[in-house]
Design a protein around this ligand. Structure first.
Ligand code: HEC
Length: 139
């Protein structure tokens, strides 16, 4: 029975290490996306996400994803397509922005943006205002 205590302790230790590294991996991803927001979006949309002047607020903007074409619109505004990060990071950043400030406004079936979608849509809309107006207009 002498061996039992170290074995049990060893199991606790590895569970603890696994938990800890999972949490710190999540923290790394979290910090990376916060930094991406700071460098790619915050200069215009501000740290609060509220924009100002000609810059729209990002609060509640996820409601646009409820309209046909809305998911694409959100990915194709120039500030998004022109961000200087790769498609996978941009997918994560845009998803984070929408979940952070639009969690109550996103469609119920909303799923995270995938890198491949961003790749497909990474050309800026020629006329974002017209595209936005078209989303909510009656067909
Ligand atoms: C250079 C300033 C600038 C930067 C940087 C910028 N945006 Fe924007 N954003 C705008 C402007 C201006 C609009 C309005 C549409 C247009 O004219 O481009 C907009 C529109 C949007 C919209 C649609 C809002 C609506 O109500 O229709 C979203 C979503 C958005 N931006 C997200 C982002 C994200 C995410 C980033 C960072 C990756 C970002 N933007 C970076 C200026 C910027």
């Amino acid at each position: 029975m002498d061996g039992a205590v170290p074995v049990v302790l060893g199991a606790f230790a590895s569970a603890f290490v696994a938990l800890f590294s999972e949490a710190s991996a999540r923290a790394d991803t979290m910090e990376a996306v916060v930094l991406d927001y700071a460098l790619q979006c915050q200069g215009c949309h501000l740290a609060s996400g509220q924009g100002g002047g000609d810059i729209p607020s990002l609060h509640g903007v996820g409601r646009l994803a409820q309209f046909p074409g809305g998911r694409e619109y959100l990915a194709r505004v120039p500030g998004v397509t022109n961000a200087s990060i790769d498609d996978a990071r941009l997918a994560r950043l845009l998803t984070w922005v929408l979940e952070r400030w639009s969690s109550d406004d996103l469609p119920g079936d909303f799923t995270a943006y995938q890198a491949a979608e961003i790749t497909n849509w990474r050309t800026p809309l020629p006329n974002p205002a017209a595209a936005r107006a078209g989303l909510t207009a009656d067909p």
